[in-house]
Design a protein around this ligand. Structure first.
Ligand SMILES: NC(=O)c1ccc[n+]([C@@H]2O[C@H](COP(=O)([O-])OP(=O)(O)OC[C@H]3O[C@@H](n4cnc5c(N)ncnc54)[C@H](O)[C@@H]3O)[C@@H](O)[C@H]2O)c1
Length: 271
């Protein structure tokens, strides 16, 4: 998600610094960005000059300190509260006093990240969708600690990115995932119960509901580890049985089958 968000911000005219933990990951970020922009030029969605200008606005680093002059930092690391909390505490130490700290979390409590900092009023959620350059929506998540000016600035940023903002409260899953994940989890249960094949369930939902992708294709796109983390966070907060992760999803994650990003999830992408 990080590279997609970087592309969106750079396309809106912002100078972007992407921080990865290793040089290899940083190089990978620039390559994915280059490939995404090349595809858009090929499809005549952008000129080669526009693509080059966007690429030139993105630089990478392995040092968190290099974010110290940013006006806005958007965290998009693994969906793990402990990892995100540690990062917010470091970001608070390293960035300027007026810098807004945002998280791209899908479900975790934004207020808990805010309280890791000395500036909870400057912390909010900016929840992009996958793939970020294509999907129109950004949920602007408002924790109870956020100042109105922070949300105003976040909404203005989303608008400048050419996206549609929906303001949401800081509740697990916000709007989209609170509605989407019980459905996706239900699809895995239907498969477990042998009601239809995976291909059959996907065909039923695309053909019968007009959805662009079936539930298994969506789970593979989101990533099965991220999907499991989202369901666990939803279940922790709501206790709702529809959000209890299905055993098959857990087994696939345990086996390292994480979806498109690992080449194999519900479907096999290695051919
Ligand atoms: N996948 C989606 O469809 C989607 C959509 C919207 C939001 N999100 C959110 O975006 C965030 C990232 O998700 P993703 O799908 O890109 O996941 P991913 O697994 O593809 O990438 C996670 C990144 O976090 C890094 N990371 C892992 N452990 C870390 C640590 N200890 N410290 C710093 N970095 C670490 C990894 O190296 C990797 O680059 C999550 O919060 C997720 O909920 C995901």
């Amino acid at each position: 998600m990080g590279v997609g968000v970087a592309e969106v911000a750079a396309a809106s005219g912002c100078d972007v610094v992407v921080r990865s933990r290793s040089q290899a990951a940083a190089d990978g970020t620039l390559l994915v960005l280059e490939q995404s922009l090349a595809r858009q030029v090929e499809r005549e969605r952008r000129t080669a000059e526009e693509a080059a200008a966007i690429q030139a606005r993105v630089r990478t680093t392995t040092e968190l300190e290099d974010l110290c002059e940013s006006d806005l930092v958007i965290e998009s690391v693994v969906e793990d509260l402990a990892v995100k909390k540690a990062l917010f505490s470091e970001l608070d130490r390293l960035t300027g006093r007026d810098c807004i700290l945002a998280t791209n979390t899908s479900t975790l409590p934004v207020v808990e990240l805010a309280m890791e900092t000395s500036r909870p009023e400057l912390v909010c959620g900016l929840h992009f969708f996958n793939p970020a350059p294509v999907m129109r929506l950004v949920e602007v998540v408002v924790p109870i600690t956020a100042a109105p000016d922070t949300i105003k600035a976040a909404l203005a940023f989303v608008e400048a990115c050419g996206k549609e903002a929906v303001e949401v409260k800081d509740r697990a899953g916000f709007v989209v995932n609170a509605l989407l994940f019980p459905y996706l989890n239900g699809a895995v249960r239907l498969l477990e119960h042998g009601v239809a094949t995976m291909e059959g369930i996907d065909a039923a939902m695309t053909g019968g509901c007009g959805f662009p992708l079936g539930p298994f294709a969506v789970l593979d796109l989101v990533g099965l580890d991220t999907s499991l983390a989202i369901l666990e966070a939803l279940h922790r907060e709501t206790g709702d049985a529809t959000t209890l992760p299905s055993p098959l999803l857990r087994r696939l994650v345990a086996a390292g089958r994480l979806g498109r990003k690992s080449g194999h999830g519900f479907y096999d992408y290695r051919r």
